[in-house]
Design a protein around this ligand. Structure first.
Ligand SMILES: CC(C)(COP(=O)(O)OP(=O)(O)OC[C@H]1O[C@@H](n2cnc3c(N)ncnc32)[C@H](O)[C@@H]1OP(=O)(O)O)[C@@H](O)C(=O)NCCC(=O)NCCS
Length: 165
């Protein structure tokens, strides 16, 4: 199934579909933490549009449908923050999430000069943590999001991105 899914840079026209997909995909996380005000659920469409315009945003498409997305943003210290990785529930477990991560990592390294990647995952989100560890991320600390959820901070050096296929 993953074969017919393509990964590309998101365009302005994708913002609404990404917005709806994000809302759908993060319901499970909200339930897990008993918190329906987690950041991906309270983000506005306008703020998402701005990210599509200025950050490194990728989508996974199946025909005309956006079935996955990820965001990356270069920060001043040379590291890049990756966030909002999501894949439509009916298509999870086929490697699309890992492909989206790779796309964001290579663009951030090649186009925005990132030397390391950083992302966060909820401390109880075992599946997410397993996926990130498998593609080379290591836990470097903890942080509390503005939504109050305890997050694990994970990092990996940019040099490794090509080896995680
Ligand atoms: C996190 C998320 C994006 C992962 O997307 P995904 O497309 O399912 O990710 P992958 O398929 O690359 O990897 C997930 C699992 O599928 C398995 N998998 C990968 N490729 C596969 C393939 N070709 N065939 C079968 N299984 C495969 C992996 O082994 C992995 O299993 P694991 O649970 O033991 O780690 C998705 O679960 C999601 O949208 N979750 C809700 C939102 C969320 O929590 N986002 C992350 C915030 S930190």
């Amino acid at each position: 199934m993953g074969m017919s899914v393509t990964i590309s840079v998101a365009t302005e026209q994708d913002a609404e579909q990404i917005f709806r997909l994000q809302y759908l995909c993060f319901q499970g996380e909200a339930a897990l933490y008993g918190n329906y005000r987690i950041e991906p659920l309270v983000q506005t469409l306008d703020s998402l549009r701005q990210e599509v315009a200025s950050d490194c945003v990728f989508v996974a498409r199946l025909g005309d449908e956006v079935v996955g997305s990820v965001r990356g943003k270069a920060t001043e210290d040379g590291s890049a923050a990756i966030s909002r990785l999501c894949v439509h529930p009916r298509l999870q477990g086929h490697g699309i999430g890992a492909r989206l991560l790779r796309a964001a990592e290579s663009a951030l390294a090649e186009e925005r000069g990132a030397t390391r990647f950083r992302l966060v995952a909820g401390h109880r989100s075992e599946g997410n943590l397993r996926l990130y560890r498998r593609v080379g991320y290591q836990a470097v600390g903890r942080a509390k999001g503005s939504d109050g959820v305890e997050m694990i901070v994970l990092e990996k050096p940019a040099g490794q991105y090509a080896q995680t296929a």
